[in-house]
Design a protein around this ligand. Structure first.
Ligand code: AMP
Length: 603
């Protein structure tokens, strides 16, 4: 039987899991790492980097690195990576393919099917793009599953009683809260709310701004606005944030951020958890409001909840745990690692769909109401442009519903069916999903021709709308995602798959694609090679010389900021070229000396 895996395709991190003897487990990479940063890059020679490798080069080469692509899913603008531009689903496909390869290496068999999770709040366009990413990666997507639902599956308590569980999921880039009802083997989502642009990344940026303010107040000089300095600060902010989850204080130290005259300026401060919490708290208010909305939608009080589950790396923040506890009056549980449980739940569901013996059945709901624009009869006459809901939000899926509409004017020849999703009573205020026409209606007085509009929403979140004229039976239909998301044609999917595959082939087989190391890694390697005394004396001498020159060139580069601006630019270009040349020389020397320079060894 073919194995199907569960994939948590996260904004910050992604995880793949599978079922073994009915139990889900997270599949590590060959070094034992469970999490794959959702980061994709190209090194200077065009070699594909995915995960930690890509993340490591982000500070030095943001133009060749893509992070948080999940935030772009569903949009049709491309992201440039090196010399080419890619759709968000193509970048996501690279991450998925890497996880597919990881699973194949660990399980020793080809993996062709997956369940992929998305935030419950994702729109159809975002879900569709996720499905396409799977297809481009060579995976048949068995189901696009809501993340909180997946998490609830792992905490399936198997009691005979019905349990109402609130899942609070705060990750790197998205926030969701869902209320699910578990009865025996059946999990049903009662309500769900969230914000697909709120998460740990925002906390990092808020803290980064704070660090910038502190630096300016301390030194009276602004932090340079260049990308690599900003990226350094962002990384420092994230580290501080993670440190503060365990400790009440943490030290932030970033040397050589700017200079004043001949003096180099450093950022150094002691940050308290309390300061961080004051910055953070306003952003968390929204998550508490979402809890209240979900409770109201499910027609429940906080006291009706049997359990509260925390999901997502950001729920490790003590303030988050405290606020949720205070708000709901009960302590949340987080006994399964909050950043792994979504993938584990996806694996359980993949197991069910692939026919393995896993006892969990799933019922899911639609996150937004679906309907069409229509005129509604009011005491003042018919009012056009209102939103007529056909499938209400939180309906259990798959779901099919129909409504009947009539023509508005005498001898009306055609009807335009405009499909929307959202909750606003004015149709145009909701998200348009597409439109189609039914023409050649028979000549009748107003109200004389009836149209049945049928909505079919399948378990992947794909909506098919069909309008049927009652008399003649003529039909017109629309698969909404095609229109809403510029769904890729099968030809385009094929082309994208070939393109992504060629990137991986370069990765696997191209002997010429040399690993480019960061300056620091190069220097590290050179020094440790000299320490080990394993290279012939002449080569060691040459290495020492080049190292000396590299260091001189690096300190010249550091001194450039003291020269007047226009002059500094030319000097810095020359210096940069010289430095690159020397670094290349160093790299070649290390290669020649047989130093261990494959990327595996750098991990
Ligand atoms: P996820 O999307 O669930 O993988 O969560 C990733 C987010 O969790 C990132 O913003 C991380 O910085 C954040 N994160 C991970 N561990 C911690 C921690 N111990 N404390 C605070 N935030 C964390």
């Amino acid at each position: 039987m073919a194995k199907a895996v569960g994939i948590d395709l996260g904004t910050t991190n992604s995880v793949v899991a599978a079922i073994d003897e009915g139990q889900p487990w997270v599949i590590p990479d060959e070094t034992g790492e469970l999490i794959l940063p959702s980061c994709v890059g190209l090194n200077p020679t065009g070699k594909l980097l995915v995960g930690w490798e890509a993340l490591r080069q982000y500070a030095a080469a943001p133009e060749r690195t893509v992070k948080s692509i999940k935030r772009q899913m569903g949009a049709d603008h491309k992201t440039s990576l090196g010399e080419r531009e890619y759709l968000p689903q193509e970048i996501s496909a690279i991450i998925l393919r890497t996880l597919k390869q990881r699973a194949e290496a660990a399980l020793g068999e080809e993996i062709s099917q997956a369940v992929i999770t998305v935030p419950a709040y994702f729109t159809d366009a975002q879900r569709q793009a996720t499905k396409e990413a799977g297809e481009i990666a060579g995976l048949e997507v068995l189901q696009i599953l809501n993340e909180p639902t997946a998490a609830a599956l792992t905490y399936d308590f198997r009691t005979e009683e019905t349990e109402k569980v609130l899942v609070y999921d705060l990750g790197g880039g998205t926030f969701d809260v869902s209320i699910v009802e578990i009865t025996g083997d059946v999990t049903e989502v009662l309500a769900s709310h969230g914000n697909n642009r709120l998460g740990g990344d925002d906390f990092d940026r808020r803290l980064q701004r704070h660090l910038i303010d502190v630096f300016r107040q301390t030194h009276g000089v602004a932090v340079p606005d260049d990308e690599s300095t900003q990226v350094r600060l962002l990384r420092a902010a994230e580290q501080a944030k993670i440190g503060l989850s365990e400790h009440a204080f943490t030290t932030v130290r970033e040397p050589f951020l700017a200079s004043k005259g001949k003096t180099a300026l450093h950022l150094e401060l002691e940050l308290s958890r309390q300061t961080f919490e004051e910055l953070l708290e306003p952003m968390l208010g929204e998550t508490l409001e979402a809890i209240d909305r979900a409770l109201a939608d499910a027609d429940l009080q906080a006291s009706d909840l049997d359990r509260v589950i925390l999901v997502g790396g950001s729920t490790r923040i003590p303030l988050v745990q405290n606020l949720v506890q205070e708000h709901l009056g009960q302590a949340p549980i987080d006994s399964i690692q909050p950043d792994l449980c979504v993938a584990l739940g996806a694996a359980l569901q993949a197991g069910v769909l692939a026919g393995e013996s896993v006892d969990a059945i799933l019922v899911d709901v639609i996150p937004h109401s679906l309907g069409i624009a229509a005129a509604v009869e009011t005491p003042l006459g018919p009012l056009p442009g209102l939103f007529s809901t056909i499938i209400p939000r939180n309906s259990v899926i798959p779901v099919s519903r129909s409504e009947v509409y009539s023509t508005m004017v005498n001898n009306q020849e055609a009807v335009e069916v405009e499909v929307f999703q959202g909750e606003n009573p004015i149709a145009k205020e909701n998200v348009p999903l597409g439109a189609f026409r039914i023409e050649n209606l028979p000549p009748r007085p107003a109200g004389g021709v009836q149209l049945e509009v049928h909505f079919d929403f399948d378990h992947n979140g794909i909506l098919t709308v069909t309008a049927t004229e009652k008399g003649k039976g003529q039909q017109s239909s629309l698969v909404v995602n095609d229109a809403a998301t510029n769904r890729l044609s099968s030809h385009e999917l094929k082309a994208a798959r070939a393109e992504i595959e060629s990137l991986f082939e370069l990765d696997d087989g191209d002997e010429q694609a040399k690993v480019s190391l960061s300056q620091a890694e190069l220097l590290d390697q050179a020094y440790s090679l000299l320490d080990t005394d394993t290279i012939p004396p002449e080569q060691a001498e040459k290495l020492r010389q080049v190292l000396k020159q590299v260091e001189a060139a690096m300190s010249e580069a550091a001194a450039v900021s003291e020269v007047a601006v226009s002059e500094a630019e030319t000097i810095s270009t020359e210096n940069h070229q010289r430095l690159s040349q020397l670094l290349q020389e160093l790299e070649e020397l290390l290669h020649a000396s047989g130093s261990t320079m494959s990327d595996e060894d750098l991990d």
